[in-house]
Ligand binder design. Structure first.
Ligand code: GLU
Length: 469
């Protein structure tokens, strides 16, 4: 049975980079009608927080990336929080020690730092020099008796090659002589990431471990550990990372945001899904798809090997597309309370229909609700300067037009052509700006109907009719 997993460390909010890892794994599982597993890698007690576990579970559910095994879902291979699995790790530490494949290391951080510095100076790659592997039983006993805390190191067998077929990158070969013996248990007894991550993939029968290429050098190490213990290795795949809009690694500065933040801002989950599923993965068609459809058409072979560049314009494209798949009522609910309080009940449908093509986020809907229904209309700077050259007399005529024709915009236009002697942009722009507060937006006749209040419209026009009179 195909099984993929997402294995986050709950040390912060999930950002788009991490969520894309979750998404690819979830889509592969959907595609192969397999299991998507959620394992929490919380072995760092200082940095791991329960609140981040709740947030990430909420983020995944929001995107319809439900897991069939793992956190809060019963399964055969739990518990699914690494902090509750120490017994499992201890068993395998003991096995490695018995096989003489692991040894205690008493080196201090200073010693290790110095040794790395010397290696670098000699033009060698910095790696553990194996000195504690050569301690005699007596020396070890003495250090233990002196109460020196030791890490446990896994012995990397010399002179071998580790080969594997990466699901994305194809054949990979690493020489064990380039790899130093690695810490698998920290001095405080907690497992090191490289170890428990590999053990759990094996114990939980993960078949496909897809992750970012920043993990690729871990893979030969993890394969060696699993082989030493006689455990199965998953198939590993490493896709390219996301770069920021400026080509540098993705960070807060160049576009990265947390999924929670995107949800709070009002991005539709479908927009985030359609965007992320295409970021470094190619779909032959550009149709809007549900999570199930994205899964059905997902192909590991279509994962990219060159960096995927984060592009907010693409995200916004999918945000716009998503509106086409929502009912007016859904959009109304999405607009949120602040908007719902401003828009009169009988104007709800009208507002949604007219405003939706002009917005991406609820905060923009709110600005439009204020433009239409707040007592005071605020003018943008652009709008203010557009009014500067307009004769106050124009607005006097405009007020007269409204007095005479009520909310009939077309009739005002005819009236103004005749009485103010203007046409085209000179006629339409000042009207729009005075009544909408901005240069661009919905069609004016519809806007006037939405505002729907003759006195308010007269006030908005009248305030510009005094300036030069
Ligand atoms: N906990 C690791 C991380 O968040 C998991 C890496 C992996 O997918 O193997 O980076």
């Amino acid at each position: 049975m195909l099984k993929t997993r997402f294995a986050p460390s709950p040390t912060g909010l999930i950002h788009i980079g991490n969520m894309r890892t979750a998404l690819f794994n979830a889509l592969i599982a959907k595609h192969g009608k397999g299991i998507f597993l959620l394992r929490i890698e919380d072995t760092d007690p200082e940095r791991s927080k329960d609140e981040f576990i709740s947030h990430l579970a909420e983020d995944l559910r929001w995107l319809s990336l439900d897991w069939q095994e793992g956190l809060d879902v019963e399964g055969e291979y739990g518990p699914y929080r690494q902090s509750l699995r120490q017994e499992v790790y201890d068993k395998y530490y003991a096995q490695l020690e018995q096989q003489s494949l692991a040894y205690s290391c008493f080196c201090t951080d200073e010693q290790l730092k110095l040794s790395r510095k010397l290696q670098r100076a000699a033009g060698q790659p910095p790696r553990y020099d194996g000195r504690c592997a050569r301690l005699s039983a007596d020396e070890v006993a003495k250090k233990e008796a002196a109460g020196i805390a030791a890490t446990l190191r896994f012995k990397i067998p010399p002179g071998q090659e580790v080969k594997f077929t990466d699901l994305v990158q194809g054949e990979k070969v690493f020489r064990t002589d380039d790899i130093g013996d690695l810490i698998i248990r920290r001095a405080n007894g907690m497992p090191a990431f490289m170890f428990c991550n590999a053990i759990d993939d094996a114990m939980m029968h993960v078949t496909h471990a897809l992750r970012g290429e920043d993990h690729i050098t871990n893979t030969p190490r993890q394969i060696l550990i699993l082989q030493a213990l006689g455990l199965d290795t998953p198939q590993y795949g490493h896709f390219s990372l996301i770069s920021g809009s400026d080509g540098a690694p993705l960070s807060k500065r160049n576009g990265s945001q947390s999924i929670k933040d995107m949800r709070d801002q009002g991005y539709w989950p479908e927009a985030v899904l359609n965007y992320l599923a295409r970021l470094g993965h190619y779909y032959p068609d550009n149709n809007f798809m549900t999570a199930a459809e994205l899964g059905a058409k997902f192909e590991i072979e279509q994962l990219g090997r060159s960096p995927a560049r984060y592009d907010p314009a693409q995200l916004n494209y999918w945000q716009k597309e998503t509106f086409k798949h929502k009912t007016p009522e859904q959009v109304w609910q999405w607009m949120g309370e602040a908007v719902q309080q401003l828009v009169p009940a009988d104007k709800k449908e009208n507002f949604v229909e007219l405003i939706t093509p002009n917005i991406l986020l609820p905060s923009e809907a709110h600005i439009w609700a204020e433009r239409a229904f707040a007592q005071e209309l605020l003018l943008s700077d652009e709008a203010k300067s557009a009014l500067q050259g307009v004769d106050a007399q124009f607005f006097k005529h405009a007020v007269d037009a409204v007095e005479k024709h009520g909310l009939d915009y077309k009739a005002w236009v005819d009236y103004l052509k005749e009485h103010a002697g203007v046409k085209g942009k000179q006629l339409f722009q000042p009207l729009r700006v005075a009544l909408m507060g901005t240069m661009h937006g919905p069609e004016m006749d519809k806007w006037v109907a939405l505002v729907g209040d003759k006195d308010k419209i007269i006030r908005r026009l009248d305030r510009h009719s005094y300036r030069t009179a």
